[in-house]
Design a protein around this ligand. Sequence first.
Ligand code: UT7
Length: 332
Amino acid sequence: MHDSLARTARIAGLGSCLPDRIVTNSDLEKVVDTTDEWITTRTGIKERRIVADDEALVDLVERAGKAAMADADVEPESIDLFILATATVEQPIPASAAIAQPRLGVKNAACFDLSAACSGFVYALNVARQFIATGEADRVLVVGAECLSRYVDWTDRTTCVLFGDGAGAVVLEASAQGDGILQLDWRTDGTLADLIAMPGGGCRFPPNSAQAIEERLPFIKMKGNETFKVAVRAITDLSLQVVAKAGIEIDEVDLFIPHQANNRIIQAVGSRLGLSSEKVFVNVDRVGNTSAASIPLAMADAVAEDRLHRGDLVLATAFGGGLTWASALFRY
Ligand code: UT7
């Protein structure tokens, strides 16, 4: 059905933002019982960026969103819809997208947050392209942003070494040329909701409840090993389905941009897809797992490194809490 949509969504602009503060693996050796060697061999991560004490999510959203609009050479007033994919909201009410709106100047846009954890950016692309396809919107700003350092338990070595802060953004525009996002599919399996979760801080276990405090529930918890196995299979299968549905061969893909959670997952999926290593983009070593910001941040890095060019065919895939996963094929 998607193939018959008359208007496609093309990427008119791309922007990103990383906080200035770099936290290396050696820095973390002083915080928890870990080693640079363990983190490097198990994850591929060498360093990550963490917000300054006076920064938070919307500061990153503003910088990435403005950069994407400048890259697209569009006025903020011309944005019809602004979707912010994040799992690390500025505050529960209102939506972080609404808080960011005046700072971005997107005053004519309807604004909302989308919660799909690490898959949030690709989920948001799917929502945006439907609005564009139906004519409800001509121009959409999609930002994936996370301030995970404020939601991580800095006493839990199994999670705190993995995550980083950052934001990436795209401006999507209606196109009659059939270019831009060519194929996109998404999945959810809520039976695996406990694999990656922040169990407290909501209405089941309010942040000030005794149980929440005692069991440190308002922090991210992850069953990493189980997630790893499900992730490799799920995103490989979905990516192959998306490529087949688009009627192309996998070797026509110019660049594979997977969610940057763990270099071992990235390499396993890349080889299962039959892609040569030069077609697999990796920046997890420098940014860690930035959840919903991961793919647009990687796109921006790939452009900066001359690995991604206008007209290239890109396969992007993400997975995360929910569990959620999604794969998108687009011409950049
Ligand atoms: O983006 C959302 C999706 N999330 C993911 O994709 C994460 C997927 N999972 C992973 O990336 C990996 O499972 C991890 C990197 C999280 C963990 O790697 P692993 O190879 O699966 O290790 P493990 O969890 O099986 O733990 C192995 C050992 C354990 O010790 P024992 O029980 O064998 O004695 C852990 O306690 O490593 C220990 N360990 C650590 N040691 C040093 C766990 N964290 C650390 C640490 N430093 N930071």
